[in-house]
Design a protein around this ligand. Structure first.
Ligand code: PMP
Length: 361
């Protein structure tokens, strides 16, 4: 039986891409050099970078006239700081929807900045059963509303984006290109690559061009590495960019296109998640506490309610090739992450294993 990796991130990557990377690792397109050895200034890498930008915008249904993709470092976590530094310029007041751990981290970092008021306008209840509803916000009050589209730990996600009068910023780290949102609703999107796109080490930022004007770059006076306009002007290469990760992301973007794009991924992810949720809902042993309208397509926490039985399940599942099902350390239990690269067969194997386990105990 094949091994299926249900890790939350770094996570499973598309097999055909891994195989291509392996094939061309020692000799990239006849150059006798490895991609790991080439300069970020070389025409070879320049072509990869431009391709990745174009493919990303195309998959998101966005135009280069309106949006610019950046490939940065520092993870989603550095974006918790860069977003308010760059975008909180007019009102010095920003709104956050607190959907759980990662939103709380974003809020915590924003609060460290001077001269900035951070309002938490909605939050998930203590049981994390529902994705929090965002109230109407007055235009001209906030510089932006920040949402975390998918709570990686508790398994909550926005099915529909909040309709809001203020610019929308999204941390899409754990369902990036895996759920068919209307990306044009956002002024800025960010996502660490290590769940749906590439190995850890590159962070995608897609930002509206309005935020990238030259005068902003000078006026803000921000350190260059924290400054979107400065980074955009140098095509994300103010310092040496993560060449391998961007090359890898470019191949995954190509693979995504071949699979039918984000809409096809959304449908496949619904099918995979549906199999698991349907089993959980009728099971007498396992449960998931998230309300159906708030359930994540990519991260499914579940438990038997008994720590020792959860441990046994995780161990026996791993022995059967279903690995990394251990839940996040903050919640325990199990968590199945079903990112784009997880085939339908992986979700079927998990569902069948849960059934078998339930029959046997
Ligand atoms: N946001 C979300 C929703 C996440 O799930 C994570 C990582 N699990 C992060 C941010 C932090 O990402 P990074 O490790 O890339 O800084």
């Amino acid at each position: 039986m094949p091994t299926y990796n249900f890790a939350a991130g770094p996570a499973t990557l598309p097999r055909p891409v891994l195989e291509q990377v392996q094939r061309e690792l020692l000799d990239y397109q006849g150059s006798q050099l490895s991609i790991l050895e080439i300069s970020h200034r070389s025409p070879v890498f320049q072509e990869i970078y431009q391709q990745a930008k174009e493919r990303l915008l195309q998959l998101m249904g966005l135009s280069a006239d309106e949006y610019t993709p950046l490939f940065l470092q520092g993870g989603g976590t550095l974006q918790f700081t860069m977003v308010p530094l760059n975008l909180a310029r007019d009102h010095h007041r920003v709104a956050y929807a607190d959907t759980g751990h990662w939103s709380a981290r974003a809020i915590e970092e924003a609060k460290k900045l001077p001269d900035l008021t951070v309002d938490v306008v909605t939050e998930a209840g203590p049981d994390f059963a529902h994705i929090p509803v965002v109230p109407d916000l007055l235009a001209d009050t906030y510089d932006y509303l920040h949402i975390t589209t998918n709570n990686t730990i508790m398994g909550l996600a926005y099915q529909d984006l909040p309709q809001t009068a203020v610019p929308l910023v999204g941390d899409l780290s754990s369902n990036f290109l895996g759920q068919a949102y209307d990306f044009s609703s956002f002024d800025l999107i960010y996502a660490g690559a290590q769940k749906n796109l590439a190995p850890a080490g590159v962070t995608i930022v897609v930002v509206k061009n309005d935020y990238l004007n030259d005068y902003l770059m000078e006026d803000y006076g921000l350190p260059s590495m924290l400054n979107y306009p400065a980074l955009a002007k140098k095509e994300s290469a103010l310092n040496t960019p993560p060449v391998f990760q961007i090359y890898f992301a470019n191949l995954v973007l190509k693979w995504l296109k071949e699979q039918g794009g984000v809409q096809a991924m959304d449908e496949l992810n619904r099918q995979k998640a549906g199999l698991v949720y349907d089993y959980l809902d009728q099971s007498k042993l396992f449960s998931n506490r998230v309300a159906p309208d708030s359930r994540s397509l990519t991260n499914i926490p579940f438990t038997t309610g008994k720590a020792d039985l959860d441990q046994r399940f995780i161990k026996e599942a791993a022995a059967a090739g279903l690995v990394n099902l251990k839940g996040h350390r903050l919640v325990g239990g199990m968590r199945a992450s079903l990112y784009n690269a997880m085939p339908l067969a992986g979700a079927v194997a998990l569902r069948d294993f849960m059934h078998q386990f339930e029959q046997e105990i």
